[in-house]
Design a protein around this ligand. Structure first.
Ligand SMILES: CCCCCCCC/C=C\CCCCCCCC(=O)NCC(=O)O
Ligand SMILES: [Zn+2]
Ligand SMILES: [Zn+2]
Length: 510
């Protein structure tokens, strides 16, 4: 049946279309105009900045360099450099004498090589908080580095070394801040813990987990916990006008899945129609080609972009402020880069493949490992079901060797003491907008969820995309200035945490 319309009805339709468009544009503009103001200053003042003498400044750089020279490498889940871990114990004792000798500090070794400090505050009515870091590092060989990875050497104002970003600068930064505070006669009001794990890079089973057990047996509850995270990102988020601090309020879940295919072995001169390697390869290819669904906006990542909308250039600012309308476009754009893709969906990474023993033998077995990182809106069970449906081949045996759901979303509302105190300290020091975010990597903090609902991930340093590539990569390094600013951060955070009230914002120019 042909549909015909007279001139009059075309005119009416055009009018309705233009009117609808005008309404949508008006709503978009209004919503953009009403964006929450991010340029905030604080009512009252935060802790004053640390004033360092020149010799103190040299001392803090030397403390980091010494730590970088001790190769506390986690090679594999069953192999760590225990000689270096022993050496590290003695090293921190000699580098931070005030911390180890203070009558306010109870120190204990946990799990053989991890360290737990309880710094006693004067007001027992306040819940303690915890600063967490890890002293183990991933392996590094000198090839491709400008300076050897375990030399602690310096070039052009940068201190090089494996761990200079992840995570020895935070280990040393936290202890150094406390050493300086004690030197100035500081006595905390709120008690706090410092936990330094020795096996974060291989899951934290003997370090962070044992620290948690120790605290649980003492019925410890925490006001908040702070661990490593992405920090202040400069030019990392496409389309933003200035650096932005992201506080990780959750982290993705993970599944490490082994795939095994068994088939009769035999002579390569008479191959079967399908071999174990072929079946496995087809399954892996299906997994890589069929990405799990784009879930942008169903987790806290929506809040990140809505809160930061003002920080994007036009027209992204309008789009971010109106995700209810632009979600289909933004979610597709984000999926174009690996870092954006990691935010919008559960990712699938083929990481290990094994099969075959000799060129003329059909192998009996082929195996592979696939690493999934779960979007906050999905569970392990859902992902495993989807993966089975994608593979759709019963000859491929699946076994999850490690699996955990995405971590709970920590509060980031205006009443939350931990989040707001962190935000206050970041704003005071870095003068940048702060927003809650999903941490796409895993940290030791995930073991602490029974001790507090307020678990945050943030590293106090400005990171460019290039810097992020150095984490676990070549030429890992931190600038002198960046390291000193990080110490300032802990110096101020520890004092700001003594408050018993949640910092209040007032909206005005920074
Ligand atoms: C005085 C303090 C200076 C602070 C300097 C901190 C610099 C840290 C910068 C970035 C760190 C990025 C965090 C990376 C975490 C990686 C966690 C990880 O690999 N986990 C294992 C996994 O997900 O498989
Ligand atoms: Zn780390
Ligand atoms: Zn790491």
């Amino acid at each position: 049946m042909a549909i015909s319309m007279g001139k009059g009805s075309v005119g009416v339709l055009t009018g309705v279309f233009i009117a609808s468009l005008a309404v949508v544009v008006a709503v978009l503009l209004l919503r953009t105009y009403n964006l929450p103001e991010l340029k905030v200053a604080w009512k009252g003042k935060g802790a004053p900045r640390i004033e360092l003498e020149e010799d103190e400044r040299e001392q803090l750089y030397e403390a980091l360099k010494g730590a970088l020279r001790i190769p506390t490498v986690s090679f594999s889940p069953s192999e760590q450099n225990t000689t270096a871990l022993e050496e590290f114990k003695e090293y921190i004792k000699s580098a931070f004498p005030r911390v180890f000798n203070s009558s306010l500090v109870e120190y204990e070794l946990v799990g053989g090589y991890s360290h737990l400090f309880n710094v006693q505050g004067s007001d027992n009515s306040l819940l303690p908080y915890m600063l967490l870091a890890h002293l183990d590092v991933v392996p590094a060989t000198p090839e491709g580095w400008d300076l050897p990875p375990f030399s602690g050497e310096e070039k052009d104002g940068y201190i090089y070394g494996r761990g200079s970003l992840d995570d020895k600068s935070r280990v040393i930064g936290i202890l150094q801040a406390l050493e300086f505070l004690f030197k100035k006669g500081y006595k905390p009001r709120r008690s706090f813990y410092i936990g330094l794990g020795h096996d974060e890079e291989i899951s934290g089973r003997h370090g962070a987990k044992e620290i948690v057990k120790t605290l649980e047996t003492r019925n410890v509850k925490l006001e908040y916990l702070l661990d490593e995270g992405f920090g202040v990102l400069d030019g990392v988020i496409y389309g933003t006008k200035r650096p932005i601090a992201l506080i990780g309020v959750t982290e993705k879940g993970a599944i490490t899945l082994n795939l095994t295919v068994n088939s009769p072995p035999g002579h390569s001169s008479m191959p079967p129609r399908e071999s174990s390697i072929g079946i496995l390869s087809a399954a892996l290819s299906r997994l890589e080609q069929n990405r799990l669904p784009n879930l942008f906006g169903t987790g806290p990542e929506g809040s990140t972009f809505e809160q930061l909308a003002n920080e994007f250039y036009w027209p992204l600012n309008i789009m971010m402020a109106n995700l209810w309308f632009f979600n289909p476009i933004i979610s597709r754009l984000m999926a174009l880069t690996p870092s954006g893709n990691a935010i919008v969906r559960t990712t699938t990474a083929l990481t290990i493949v094994n099969g075959g023993i000799k060129a003329n033998v059909i192998p009996a077995t082929a195996t592979a490992t696939v690493n999934f990182r779960l979007h906050p809106a999905q569970t392990v069970e859902e992902v495993l079901n989807m993966v089975s449906e994608i593979i759709m081949d019963e000859r491929v045996i699946l076994s999850a060797i490690k699996a955990f759901d995405p971590l709970p979303i920590s509060p980031y509302d205006e009443e939350n003491f931990g989040y707001q105190t962190l935000k206050r300290t970041i704003t005071d020091l870095f003068s940048v907008p702060v927003a809650p975010a999903v941490c796409t990597v895993n940290t030791d903090s995930r073991h602490f969820v029974n001790l507090t609902e307020s678990v945050y991930r943030f590293s106090p340093v400005v990171m460019t995309a290039e810097d992020l590539g150095r984490v676990h990569g070549l030429n890992e390094r931190i600038s002198r200035e960046g390291f000193e600013t990080g110490i300032q951060f802990y110096w101020q955070l520890i004092q700001n945490s003594d408050s018993d009230t949640v910092p209040v914002h007032r909206h005005s120019e920074l």
